[in-house]
Design a binder for this molecule. Structure first.
Ligand code: FE
Length: 253
């Protein structure tokens, strides 16, 4: 079993990267525990559900999961939400833009009351009496209603799809320049615009970040690596920045 990403007397951050089946896009899941309460980030789809449930049970009884955070509406984030609400007493937080889409993933109507909307400017929630967890706006990175989590107790930013990498065979980025090739294609297509990335960079520079943990791929550890990533995306042209009329032509039959 992998070491926790962070561990102190009252606070623990556990990271699961190995639960996705081979044909599915690799996804990371995270469990934050403060005192005797847990928060699960982007728990994922059906194929991950039972494996993740048994793994987290090694750290905390599932009925002590207080919050489930859903960064956006994609299936690798929310597809198993019905199962999670059945097996825990948690409240699940998702952008108000996506709340009414969840029943399409099989959410029972009796459980709908435990889905809580996150309004556009984000919020702060309390875990285990005194750890304030920041839900940061990250709209259009990539989803229209998109949030990230900053945990000041571990100084980790959970960045969702931003910072995602695919295809590398390591869990901590050692050489940023060599890592770019695993991130670049994804960011150029899935992120919306450089304008948004600059707003995001301005926001997160106000935070004391020791680690950035994306929802896919490798982790940026240490302030130097964190700053390298922020600088890189801040200067990256993505999404609509790169579009031309060539993308929008009627296909020839
Ligand atoms: Fe996504």
């Amino acid at each position: 079993m992998r070491e926790p990403l962070f561990e102190s007397k009252d606070h623990k951050v556990v990271f699961f990267e190995e639960l996705t089946p081979a044909s599915a896009v690799q996804s990371n899941q995270v469990l934050i525990i403060h005192k005797d309460e847990g928060m699960l980030l982007d728990p994922g789809g059906h194929k991950v559900f039972s494996k993740l449930l048994s793994k987290i049970s090694l750290y905390i009884p599932p009925d002590r999961i207080k919050y489930i955070f859903l960064s956006h509406q994609d299936p690798d984030i929310v597809a198993s939400i019905n199962g999670w609400l059945m097996t825990t007493k948690a409240q699940a937080y998702i952008s108000k833009l996506w709340m009414r889409f969840l029943p399409h993933f099989g959410l029972d109507s009796q459980l709908e009351g435990r889905i809580k909307p996150i309004y556009d400017n984000g919020t702060v929630i309390t875990l285990g009496e005194d750890c304030k967890i920041y839900i940061l706006p990250a709209h259009f990175l990539h989803s229209e209603g998109n949030f990230q989590v900053y945990d000041p107790c571990s100084k980790i930013l959970f960045s969702g799809d931003l910072g995602a990498s695919l295809g590398q065979d390591y869990f901590f980025v050692e050489d940023f320049d060599k890592h770019i090739k695993y991130m670049e294609g994804f960011h150029r297509r899935y992120m919306v615009s450089n304008k948004v990335l600059r707003f995001w960079a301005n926001m997160v520079r106000q935070l004391d970040i020791e680690m950035i943990v994306p929802q896919h791929g490798a982790i940026f550890k240490g302030k130097d690596m964190v700053n390298r990533f922020i600088e890189w995306v801040e200067n990256l042209e993505v999404g609509v920045d790169l579009l031309t009329q060539d993308f929008y032509r009627v296909p020839q039959g």
